[in-house]
Design a protein around this ligand. Structure first.
Ligand code: ZN
Length: 192
């Protein structure tokens, strides 16, 4: 019967998706946003926005570079969620990188009568990076990981949460969808 399906993960944003998207959306975009993790101050700002203000004073330039690397791997996975990865090797490379680097940011199960959540075992910057992996585990457990995507519009590429019923969304907004289809239309006209 239509309208009675149940979903493991309701198509709505949550703290975990917001954390991942807030991290991914620190990168430079086609809309003119500059790199927001280019130095220790930029990383400290993200840590504060991510609720890790305690870690902000300890952020170093090397941490900012590590954050950019980590972010690039997440972006590749999020692009694959939107079906817009051109290079076949990119996704396995990103997966290998994330599996390897995750060993540096261990998680601890926090068990309660209601359930169990994973939390970063460390404090400071490593704890903040760990919380990203905890957020991914939370989203994946609830079926929402594939809903976290990067907009397919080449002049946007912002991270967004796909709220469509069947996880088919490719663009962060209707404006980006129409911009992309207009571009495709013009390119068809040129080839014709
Ligand atoms: Zn967009």
């Amino acid at each position: 019967m239509p309208g009675t399906e149940t979903y493991a993960c309701p198509p709505s944003v949550c703290d975990s998706s917001e954390l991942i998207l807030g991290f991914v959306n620190t990168r430079p975009t086609g809309n003119g946003q500059p790199e927001l993790l280019d130095d220790r101050t930029g990383l400290a700002d993200w840590l504060t926005r991510a609720g890790r203000a305690d870690a902000a004073p300890t952020a170093t330039y090397a941490d900012a570079i590590a954050a950019q690397e980590l972010r690039a791997a997440f972006v590749t996975i999020l692009r694959s969620h939107a079906g817009c990865v051109d290079d076949d090797a990119a996704v396995p490379d990103a997966e290998t990188y994330l599996q390897r680097i995750a060993e540096r940011y261990p998680l601890t199960p926090r068990v309660s009568a209601e359930g169990c959540t994973l939390v970063a075992s460390q404090s400071g910057v490593p704890g903040a990076f760990g919380s990203l992996f905890a957020a991914v585990a939370d989203l994946a457990a609830r079926g929402g990981w594939s809903r976290v995507k990067v907009c397919k519009n080449s002049s946007c590429h912002s991270g967004f949460f796909d709220k469509t019923r069947n996880t088919s969304g490719l663009y962060c907004s209707a404006a980006c969808g129409s911009q992309a289809s207009m571009r495709a239309y013009r390119s068809r006209l040129r080839t014709a």
